[in-house]
Write a protein that binds this ligand. Sequence first.
Ligand SMILES: *[C@@H]1O[C@H](CO)[C@@H](O)[C@H](O)[C@H]1NC(C)=O
Ligand SMILES: *[C@@H]1O[C@H](CO)[C@@H](O)[C@H](O)[C@H]1NC(C)=O
Ligand SMILES: *[C@@H]1O[C@H](CO)[C@@H](O)[C@H](O)[C@H]1NC(C)=O
Ligand SMILES: *[C@@H]1O[C@H](CO)[C@@H](O)[C@H](O)[C@H]1NC(C)=O
Ligand SMILES: *[C@@H]1O[C@H](CO)[C@@H](O)[C@H](O)[C@H]1NC(C)=O
Ligand SMILES: *[C@@H]1O[C@H](CO)[C@@H](O)[C@H](O)[C@H]1NC(C)=O
Ligand SMILES: *[C@@H]1O[C@H](CO)[C@@H](O)[C@H](O)[C@H]1NC(C)=O
Ligand SMILES: *[C@@H]1O[C@H](CO)[C@@H](O)[C@H](O)[C@H]1NC(C)=O
Ligand SMILES: *[C@@H]1O[C@H](CO)[C@@H](O)[C@H](O)[C@H]1NC(C)=O
Ligand SMILES: *[C@@H]1O[C@H](CO)[C@@H](O)[C@H](O)[C@H]1NC(C)=O
Length: 282
Amino acid sequence: MSELSLSFLFLLFISTPFKVISQDINAERDVLLNFKQQLGNPPFLQSWNSSSSPCDWPEINCTANSVTEVHLHDKNITTPIPSTICDLKNLTLLDLAFNYIPGEFPALYNCSKLQTLDLSQNYFVGPIPDEIDRLSALVYLDVGANNFSGNIPASIGRLPELQTLYMYQTQFNGTFPKEIGNLSNLEVLGLAYNDFIPMKIPQEFGQLTKLSFLWMTFTNLIGEIPKSFNNLTNLQHLDLARNNLEGPIPSRLFSLKNLTHVYLFKNKLSGEIPKVPNPLKR
Ligand SMILES: *[C@@H]1O[C@H](CO)[C@@H](O)[C@H](O)[C@H]1NC(C)=O
Ligand SMILES: *[C@@H]1O[C@H](CO)[C@@H](O)[C@H](O)[C@H]1NC(C)=O
Ligand SMILES: *[C@@H]1O[C@H](CO)[C@@H](O)[C@H](O)[C@H]1NC(C)=O
Ligand SMILES: *[C@@H]1O[C@H](CO)[C@@H](O)[C@H](O)[C@H]1NC(C)=O
Ligand SMILES: *[C@@H]1O[C@H](CO)[C@@H](O)[C@H](O)[C@H]1NC(C)=O
Ligand SMILES: *[C@@H]1O[C@H](CO)[C@@H](O)[C@H](O)[C@H]1NC(C)=O
Ligand SMILES: *[C@@H]1O[C@H](CO)[C@@H](O)[C@H](O)[C@H]1NC(C)=O
Ligand SMILES: *[C@@H]1O[C@H](CO)[C@@H](O)[C@H](O)[C@H]1NC(C)=O
Ligand SMILES: *[C@@H]1O[C@H](CO)[C@@H](O)[C@H](O)[C@H]1NC(C)=O
Ligand SMILES: *[C@@H]1O[C@H](CO)[C@@H](O)[C@H](O)[C@H]1NC(C)=O
């Protein structure tokens, strides 16, 4: 080996550890610039260029000099989302709400740290895929106001961290699964305005003891409100209006300490309205 190549190797060796950090962020910039190109170089991403750090771009948030959040809310995006965005290995938040994104649920399964995914108010169609449980870090999922159809898959019950699930006002024309009752961290569930096959509320929903907000207006519910709802100790807001529910209201529902808003109008409920114990002391 010549002296030159030896000293080159030596330099490469000693300089490598010091370069790692900036190389990672440069690689992440390349991922984002490639993503920008796949979106057709839209004018609103003008500030994404190769002479600045992505951490300085308005739509991007970084933690420890690595991209963690991509905010593309209300940006006029009209193309499908390329799954290469998941080459950002530390991505925890992807907000694509209020765009015109067409096509099926995006294949984001390599986004293994993704906690917040907002796809609401777009033009998505087709089913929610069974593989949704591969996004196992999800805490917040909003797919509302799209044209998704079919069933909500049972695998949705295998998102153990999930706290908020919004699937309102899409075009679901199948069923929703009782496995939602397995989401032990769930606080907010919004399934309203969907033309589901007429179904009873699964009694398993009564296991959702952290649930504070349940919004199931206009979802073709039939049968009775499950007695297990007496166990929803954190419930604050219950909206089951505009369904075909019948039978009595569970006896202890109005004894739930935190319950402040109840909407049950336009149903076929019967029996007495349960007494509210000590209303003045609440
Ligand atoms: C690159 O983008 C930054 C902001 O992200 C901007 O200040 C700078 O002027 C841009 N440079 C070029 C060459 O467009
Ligand atoms: C992300 O960035 C936006 C604007 O740059 C800022 O308002 C927001 O607080 C940041 N979020 C976090 C979690 O750092
Ligand atoms: C992801 O974050 C970790 C911890 O902050 C960091 O060590 C790693 O280099 C980051 N990965 C990339 C590709 O930047
Ligand atoms: C989206 O497009 C409309 C019409 O082309 C334009 O008026 C609006 O400013 C655009 N919004 C953004 C965020 O680029
Ligand atoms: C996910 O990552 C693997 C390995 O990095 C890659 O082979 C695969 O194509 C990626 N899948 C998608 C949908 O991007
Ligand atoms: C979504 O559904 C609405 C109502 O059925 C329809 O008017 C619209 O064309 C659909 N959009 C897409 C992108 O499928
Ligand atoms: C549900 O809607 C989709 C999309 O509009 C349609 O292809 C499918 O046939 C519908 N299924 C049922 C059971 O109505
Ligand atoms: C989820 O719930 C179903 C029925 O509601 C149950 O049979 C199943 O064992 C549960 N799965 C897990 C992983 O807890
Ligand atoms: C309510 O919770 C208690 C304690 O976890 C349980 O024993 C009971 O079966 C539940 N009631 C209903 C109707 O599910
Ligand atoms: C009710 O709400 C309060 C305040 O929001 C909260 O601290 C408490 O944990 C909730 N649950 C119950 C069962 O009181």
